[in-house]
Design a protein around this ligand. Structure first.
Ligand code: TYD
Ligand code: MG
Length: 471
């Protein structure tokens, strides 16, 4: 019986499958990422097969009788990277390091293997598989990083079967695959970088990692144009997903854990890119702070939580009379839907309309803030710009704002206050319910604590009023 080949359309960004072509992927919203795939077996069947074979077969056991052991970890040699991984790489664990091309993924991993080789000596064997650059190019980078004469085994190869053979014979502890989009397996006919190839290669490497207890780090490029399958296609296969963020115009780079089966997600590692590679920034709380000599309108400092860390970030707002019929709203590093909502709150509850103004907001230093605790700082920055009234330079603000203008408490308020106090801030506008127990009570408005004046507010009007009455 002849098997009829079927065409399906697979999104190269998220791996969604559709029977018909569309301009926009209905699952992830990316444009022009759907590609035709002709196969006897649908990609989802391949996915199920790949996942099914990832877990080693074994007997049924009773959960209560399983001896839970802390998994051992190998340090990557770089503390900030260990921190996002939850203490280091786990034997048999697979990590995906995603990020834009040129952000520093290869640099970070080469530095990490070098540090690891120096630190662990002969106890840990590494293997760096490069499919993107030749061995000479990697050596040039190593020279630039000042990492000469290091015994790091290097394999310039893109064929999966060869790589698996080399791993089989050398049996390294840690394997870096740079990048997964350049790898291909002969069992599939599609081109390297296609969804099917990327998935199959990652699944095969993951199977190998689980069976042999080898740590694998896969590099994945984030591509916007959909010509290569993005790392999101792999997020469900791997144990840990790290994303490299940062503005290529600034030297700061953040590595964030999006998913981690072996540690806390949302942990953050901070680096700065210099002439000789990435340097760790172990105390980044003041990194995104831009201290002004004179108070300026439109600037508010907020304390935000990133994993176990508190960062102080300056939020800037600029409002200007609109020159066109539709007022413009632009936000960098903050969610634009949140901005629209907060402008509506400002209009309805404070009586300040921005309908005729262009509003631009920015989180300084290329950080992305998704926490609602930024709301109050954003509102006050816009208020300050609209009223042309600067906030005190030693003021820090945090709090979530609701649709009815109420200011809601945020988690770990004490930590945020403590970090701000450490950096010399002396005043804080915070949600009333975040006031320390000492000030508790419905009428509590705040007070002094360890040299910090706390101003508790329960509504946005109160916060704006406080700013209005500053001289
Ligand atoms: P790279 O690690 O090649 O990025 P990726 O692997 O994510 O594509 O980083 C490349 C960029 O980093 C490149 O633009 C040059 C810059 N860079 C430095 O600024 N300093 C350095 O020491 C190195 C090695 C690279
Ligand atoms: Mg690279």
């Amino acid at each position: 019986m002849a098997v009829k080949s079927k065409s399906i359309f697979v999104c190269s960004a998220c791996g969604a499958e559709l029977l018909k072509w569309q301009g926009q992927c209905p699952q992830c919203g990316e444009w022009n990422t759907l590609q035709e795939q002709r196969s006897y077996q649908t990609a989802s069947a391949q996915k199920v097969r790949a996942q099914a074979s990832l877990a080693p077969r074994s007997e049924v056991v009773i959960l209560g009788e399983v001896e839970a052991q802390e998994c051992p970890r190998w340090s990557t040699g770089i503390q900030e990277l260990d921190r996002v991984l939850g203490g280091g790489v786990v034997p048999g664990g697979v990590v995906l390091l995603g990020g834009d091309p040129g952000i520093g993924k290869s640099t970070l991993l080469l530095q990490s293997l070098a540090a690891l080789t120096v630190k662990q000596g002969n106890t840990l064997q590494a293997l760096y598989v490069t499919g993107e650059e030749s061995a000479q190019q990697v050596a040039l980078r190593a020279n630039r990083l000042g990492l000469k004469d290091l015994p790091i085994p290097l394999l310039a190869e893109t064929r999966l079967e060869t790589i698996l053979n080399v791993i089989e014979s050398r049996y390294p502890n840690i394997v870096v695959v740079d990048s997964i989009q350049t790898m291909f397996t002969e069992t599939l006919t599609s081109a390297p970088g296609s969804v099917a190839q990327v998935r199959e290669c990652a699944a095969a490497l993951t199977r190998m990692a689980k069976i042999k207890g080898i740590s694998v780090i896969l590099v994945g490029h984030v591509t916007k144009d959909g010509t290569l399958a993005g790392p999101r296609v792999l997020e469900h296969i791997v144990d840990t997903v790290l994303y490299f963020e940062g503005d290529t115009h600034s030297s700061f780079r953040l590595v964030r854990a999006i998913k981690n089966r072996f540690g806390a997600a949302n942990e953050l590692g901070v680096f700065s890119m210099g002439e000789r590679g990435l340097k760790e920034v172990s105390n980044p709380s003041a990194l995104f702070l831009n201290r002004h000599a004179q108070p300026v309108p439109g600037s508010a400092v907020m304390a935000t939580l990133e994993g176990s860390r508190t960062l102080l970030v300056e939020i800037q707002a600029l409002t200007d009379d609109s020159q066109s019929t539709g007022a413009r709203r632009l936000s960098v590093g903050l969610e634009s839907s949140r901005l629209a909502l907060l402008l509506a709150v400002l209009n309805r509850h404070v009586g300040l309309s921005t309908g005729q103004s262009d509003v631009f907001v920015n989180a300084v230093g290329g950080v992305k803030i998704t926490e609602p605790a930024a709301d109050l700082a954003l509102v006050l920055a816009v208020y300050s710009s609209l009223m042309n009234r600067p906030l005190p330079t030693q003021l820090v603000v945090f709090g979530e704002v609701g649709l009815s203008g109420e200011v809601r408490p945020v988690q770990r308020g004490q930590e945020r206050i403590r970090e701000a106090a450490k950096l010399g801030f002396t005043q804080a506008i915070i949600p009333q319910l975040n006031l320390p127990p000492k000030f508790k009570g419905a009428s509590a408005k705040g007070g002094m604590i360890d040299g910090m004046e706390l101003i508790g507010v329960s509504r946005v009007e109160e916060a704006c009023d406080w700013v209005k009455h500053q001289t």
